[in-house]
Ligand binder design. Structure first.
Ligand SMILES: C[S@@+](CC[C@H](N)C(=O)[O-])C[C@H]1O[C@@H](n2cnc3c(N)ncnc32)[C@H](O)[C@@H]1O
Length: 254
């Protein structure tokens, strides 16, 4: 399996590539797929004069929840890129539903290929959930090339406390702070996600996913094992997020 594919699967917590084509079905009841739009809105509204924001790009936009919710508060042109066609389809449907089709566009694409072409954005939003763009610094360097001078990056990232055990592919607190301060970007503000909110979201998401997984098992009984493994991993990942990681959102300025 090539590394890009592995990173894509990681971004959706998929350990079995055979689950990939069933993921849109399993996640059909969810709009937000891991980001916390509320914190992104808070960081932007608190630190940036809304009238200075012309355009925002969201790399790995899923079903568009972040841009659509931001668009309901601030007037800007938004572009969301995601590699899963079904997610982009849903994002465009949500944009129509919210009468935002003239303001936010969603396109199918591989963000790695799209990044070098993207230029002059006021804000780039990215959830660091795999090493698709390299380590944190390499990721920030690429993102900073698509924003204007004095533009902003919103980075969502999970890390482990230095006092806790390491988790593969998750930076430690020390590594995160080290790489953020080594970047050429100014740390404007950050939010550590409220654990009770995370737990509530996980409980609700896992209930919806569990129901769809049961349906998938009925539809494709010969694939039951794949679906069960996916659900088990989903529940374990939720526990890891709740107990062993801190999720955070950062506003960085060029
Ligand atoms: C954890 S989800 C977050 C989605 C969205 N930010 C949200 O919370 O609703 C990560 C997203 O990144 C997308 N993704 C992963 N690899 C990608 C790639 N190479 N190019 C574009 N999108 C990618 C996945 O399809 C998925 O929708």
């Amino acid at each position: 399996m090539n590394t890009s594919k592995k990173d894509f699967l990681n971004s959706l917590d998929l350990i079995d590539p055979n689950m990939e084509k069933h993921v849109p079905y399993a996640l059909q009841d969810l709009w937000e797929l891991g980001s916390m739009p509320k914190y992104i809105i808070k960081l932007i509204e608190k630190n940036i004069e809304p009238s200075t924001i012309e355009n925002i790009i969201d790399f790995g936009c899923g079903k568009g929840a972040v841009l659509i919710k931001l668009s309901q508060r601030i007037d800007f042109y938004g572009l969301g890129i995601d590699i899963v066609p079904e997610f982009i389809d849903s994002a465009n449907k949500y944009a129509i539903e919210h009468s935002l089709i003239d303001k936010v566009k969603f396109e199918i694409g591989d963000l790695k290929a799209y990044l070098p072409k993207a230029k002059n954005y006021d804000i780039a939003i990215y959830g660091y959930d795999s090493t698709l763009l390299g380590n944190i610094n390499q990721t920030l360097l690429q993102l900073s090339q698509c924003i204007k001078d004095k533009g902003y990056i919103v980075l969502e990232i999970a890390f482990t406390l230095d006092s806790k055990n390491r988790i593969q592919d998750i930076p430690s607190e020390k590594e995160l702070n080290g790489q953020l301060s080594e970047s050429q970007l100014k740390l404007v503000d950050h939010v550590f996600w409220d654990i009770n909110k995370i737990k509530k979201i996980n409980r609700s998401n896992n209930k919806f996913i569990g129901k769809r997984i049961q349906e998938l098992k009925t539809l494709y009984p010969h694939k039951s094992k794949i679906f069960e493994t996916y659900m088990t991993n989903q529940l374990e990942e939720s526990k890891r997020i709740e107990n062993d990681m801190i999720c955070s959102s950062w506003l960085l300025k060029k």
